[in-house]
Ligand binder design. Structure first.
Ligand SMILES: *[C@@H]1O[C@H](CO)[C@@H](O)[C@H](O)[C@H]1NC(C)=O
Length: 266
């Protein structure tokens, strides 16, 4: 006979796909992250930490937030709980990535927090299916309060918060008020294992990665040579595409999917 506990565990497993923490080879940026993901929500948050330097943990990491484009914002507590820990909230404003350090002393909307130096990196953006915010966070591993910071080695506790439908009130303002999260979770990350000796190379790759979800930018050129033109139904854009982006007269470049933009008749 099933015990009540077995029954409820079984029920839980049946309705909820397993969230997990593990290594993830990100096909967009070509970087391997340590990530937490919820496959039901289709959300991901991940990190790469730099190697210890002289036994000390550098005060930074690179991170990623990815969620459906329909999501309002995605965020993390770098100390697990919401109160008295460094919080990061991220979203895209149209195609523009935004990320906001926050702090809460209570279970109330978190306010702006000064100190972290955050740089948005390449492969961030919005392709109408997913929003991606990839960033470098410096002065982000210690704070006063809560867990006082991310441990140099061993397991750190991280929190996840997501609003699946309501963007911040003013998405253009990183300090905008936000609605309450619709989903939260808490999990452990082996920070020592998420340190990567190739951190500098990864940072460089991410810094130089093209924006996510926009057609390839027109190559800047100093010559006045005529630009190559793509013929009708030819490819004119998409992820990793390097060919001509101007369409023949009478056709317009339109998105078929994230990999393929095509010159279609007007
Ligand atoms: C680092 O962040 C803390 C807040 O966590 C802040 O008090 C401090 O001034 C910041 N340091 C620098 C060098 O920006």
């Amino acid at each position: 006979m099933l015990s009540a506990a077995t029954f409820f565990l079984g029920l839980f497993a049946a309705v909820k796909a397993q969230t997990s923490v593990g290594e993830w080879a990100d096909p967009v940026a070509g970087v391997t992250w340590t990530r937490w993901t919820d496959p039901d929500l289709d959300v991901t948050t991940g990190w790469v930490f730099p190697p210890l330097s002289g036994g000390q943990a550098p005060d930074e990491f690179v991170g990623i937030f990815q969620a459906p484009s329909s999501g309002g914002y995605i965020g993390s507590s770098l100390g697990g709980g919401m109160r008295e820990n460094l919080l990061l909230l991220a979203w895209t404003d149209g195609k523009i990535p935004r990320i906001s350090p926050r702090w809460a002393t209570d279970y109330a909307p978190p306010g702006p927090y000064a100190g972290p130096r955050i740089t948005i990196l390449g492969s961030s953006g919005n392709n109408d299916e997913h929003q991606r915010i990839v960033f470098r966070c410096q002065n982000c591993t210690t704070w006063v309060g809560g867990t006082n910071g991310i441990p140099a080695e061993g397991y750190g506790v991280f929190g996840f918060a997501y609003n699946s439908f309501a963007p911040p009130l003013d998405p253009s303002d990183i300090n905008s008020d936000v609605y309450r999260h619709s989903h939260i979770d808490m999990f452990g990350v082996d920070v020592g294992a998420a340190r990567n000796p190739e951190y500098s190379a990864i940072l460089n790759t991410l810094t130089n990665a093209p924006l996510f979800g926009s057609p390839a930018p027109e190559p800047t050129t100093t010559s006045s040579a005529p630009k190559p033109t793509q013929s009708v139904y030819g490819q004119c854009g998409g992820r990793n595409y390097n060919g001509p982006i101007d369409c023949a007269t009478g056709t317009t470049c339109k998105r078929a999917n994230e990999w393929f933009w095509q010159c279609v008749p007007n």
